[in-house]
Design a protein around this ligand. Structure first.
Ligand SMILES: NC(=O)c1ccc[n+]([C@@H]2O[C@H](COP(=O)([O-])OP(=O)(O)OC[C@H]3O[C@@H](n4cnc5c(N)ncnc54)[C@H](OP(=O)(O)O)[C@@H]3O)[C@@H](O)[C@H]2O)c1
Length: 261
């Protein structure tokens, strides 16, 4: 097993760390001392405040800093990195071409687009790699991230769409939940009860669809019994403007992802 290191030990790094079976050998570079101490106490990982330590000691290097911090990390570690090491970037919008410019020609590169559900072990991670990155590295990353949810290996050209759909998706589903909760409260439910009903329904529906693999249209039509309550509700939701709004939402997010690259 390759030695795993992290540049940055924030929220997303912790989500990935929690999926790594053997955490004792993991080395995490983190600027915020209290945060480093917290992760050390919680998971038994080793920590450092210097990204160069990670670049010297680990082979699989998760890049988990914010986009604006990538250049400074790269400047510190570029001359240390060798062709046996692999950077696994989860940084939104940073393309393989930009990562190559930042980290130099030698290092192997993998790019991942995760989402926030990684923190609940139910993430969605899309994975892509630079041409010379060995397949075994991609498989190692798939195995790690697979412990924190679902993974899919895609071409990098799909990453703006992935960013729009699964990367930004948690906010969109939470917004739908908020609308359902507000609708429930308007019908007289207590806020906590409305939230439980909406959230469990969202979770259970996703779980059922995932486990059954049932196509969506027959599922929707099956719930909408003629003359029943769901059909009465769907008359309001199932209008062309709803899907147009969702499509426009995803397009705006994908456009923004392209701009940030
Ligand atoms: N959150 C999401 O939903 C999501 C989804 C997809 C992708 N991502 C990507 O995941 C990445 C991490 O996001 P996050 O939400 O986990 O960020 P975060 O919680 O802010 O974590 C980043 C951590 O790295 C530290 N850091 C920055 N520069 C460092 C350096 N040179 N040496 C050591 N530590 C350093 C930061 O410290 P300071 O705070 O002191 O700078 C911070 O504690 C981002 O690039 C983001 O684009 C996030």
């Amino acid at each position: 097993m390759k030695k795993i290191g992290f540049f940055g030990a924030g929220k997303m790094a912790e989500g990935i760390l929690s999926a790594i079976p053997s955490k004792k050998g993991v080395l995490m570079a983190e600027k915020v001392a209290e945060r480093a101490a917290e992760l050390k106490a919680k998971y038994g990982v080793k920590t450092t405040d210097d990204v160069k330590d990670v670049a010297k000691k680990a082979q699989l290097l998760f890049l988990a800093v914010r986009p604006q911090d990538v250049a400074s990390v790269a400047d510190e570690v570029r001359d240390i990195l060798t062709s046996d090491q692999t950077i696994v970037s989860i940084v939104a919008g940073k393309t393989l071409a930009r990562l190559r410019e930042a980290f130099g020609r030698k290092v192997r590169l993998i790019r991942v687009m995760p989402n926030l559900a990684l923190r609940a072990n139910a993430g969605m991670c899309a994975i892509t790699s630079a041409p010379r990155t060995p397949k075994e590295d991609v498989e190692a990353v798939e195995a790690i991230l697979g412990g924190a949810g679902a993974t899919v290996v895609l071409k990098e050209r799909d990453f703006d769409a992935v960013t729009a759909l699964s990367g930004s998706g948690p906010a969109y589903f939470a917004y739908m939940e908020e609308a359902m909760v507000e609708g429930g409260i308007a019908l007289g439910l207590k806020p906590a009860v409305a939230r439980l009903l909406a959230e469990q329904t969202m979770y259970g529906t996703a779980k059922f669809l995932r486990e059954s693999g049932m196509p969506l249209r027959p599922f929707i039509e099956g719930v909408c019994t003629k003359g029943g309550t769901t059909a009465a509700g769907m008359k309001f939701l199932d209008v062309p403007s709803f899907k147009k709004t969702v499509a426009a939402t995803l397009k705006a997010a994908a456009d923004r992802s392209r701009e940030l690259a």
